[in-house]
Design a binder for this molecule. Sequence first.
Ligand SMILES: *Cc1c(COP(=O)(O)O)cnc(C)c1O
Length: 337
Amino acid sequence: MIDLRSDTVTRPTQPMLEAMMAARVGDDVFGEDPTINELEAEVAKQFGKDAALFCASGTMANQIAIKCHTRPGDEVICETNSHVYIYEGGGIAFNSGCQVKPLPGVRGLINAQQVVEAINPDDIHKPVSRLVCLENSSNRGGGSIYQLSDIEDIRAICLQNNLKLHLDGARLWNALVARGETALQHGKQFDSISVCFSKGLGAPVGSVLVGNADFIHQARRVRKVYGGGMRQAGYLAAACLYALDHNVARLESDHNHAKYIASQLIKKDFVGKMLPVESNMIIFEVHGRFTPKAFVEKLAGSGIKCLAISPTQVRMVTHLDILPVMVEQLGHIIEHM
Ligand SMILES: *Cc1c(COP(=O)(O)O)cnc(C)c1O
């Protein structure tokens, strides 16, 4: 089975499981889980932030951040296809009572000029523009990556206008590895960042939210309200620590695999417009001999899973469990389609 549906399908490796089994744990609601404390301290340090909070999922980390940065009735600025807007169950409205001003980006990425134009004037008719959320890499943008200078420009606008800036960094490590940038460089730009260990990093569960001390103090309260206060969850944090140590640099091979698969696909007459492959995703149109659905079904017959993500597009995602031999095999299958 070659499962390219998502980078969330990975299963923990034997050494990761051993690290989990060996974890020292305690009751994290009492702040007594040494492994969670270690993970939070380590991630905070990497991003140059005061503190961090271990969360059950990326959605939870984003939703806690949005809740902490806003008040009901405020407006959150984000890209039209961003995860916080389209894939979190209306959580911005449900949890924070805020509305969204969605901006159409280029492959999921917005720019400073768009943000300037989206900020409401001080007018009692208008909601208060309070928060900008970016996503890097962008999921629906096909793993597209922000230029650091574009983030800096958006940051400057936020500072000038008293807006907070949050990053949904579910795949930030993919972006950092692809661009040769550091967590510290990105930590400087944002009031808060959520990162996921259950995507490219291959852990079974876990996200971390980073920010300044006051923010994380507040976030810890909100996490409890959301039912996210876990007890001996150090077993999970151990997987995340293992992933940080072993699975970051190797993301480069996922990116190379994606580029190779893309180069094979693009030769085919049934493959149309393809989004630039910047990290571990390939999103492409399928037409002519195959509909996206028929293409996905055809590959399924050869033990390959991928997703038709729209009536015209198919998505493939590379990850830890996609080995070089599988990529070769897939290349061969595509060649003979
Ligand atoms: C996966 C993902 C998340 C978090 O998803 P969970 O399944 O809740 O962990 C957040 N943002 C983006 C862009 C994602 O791809």
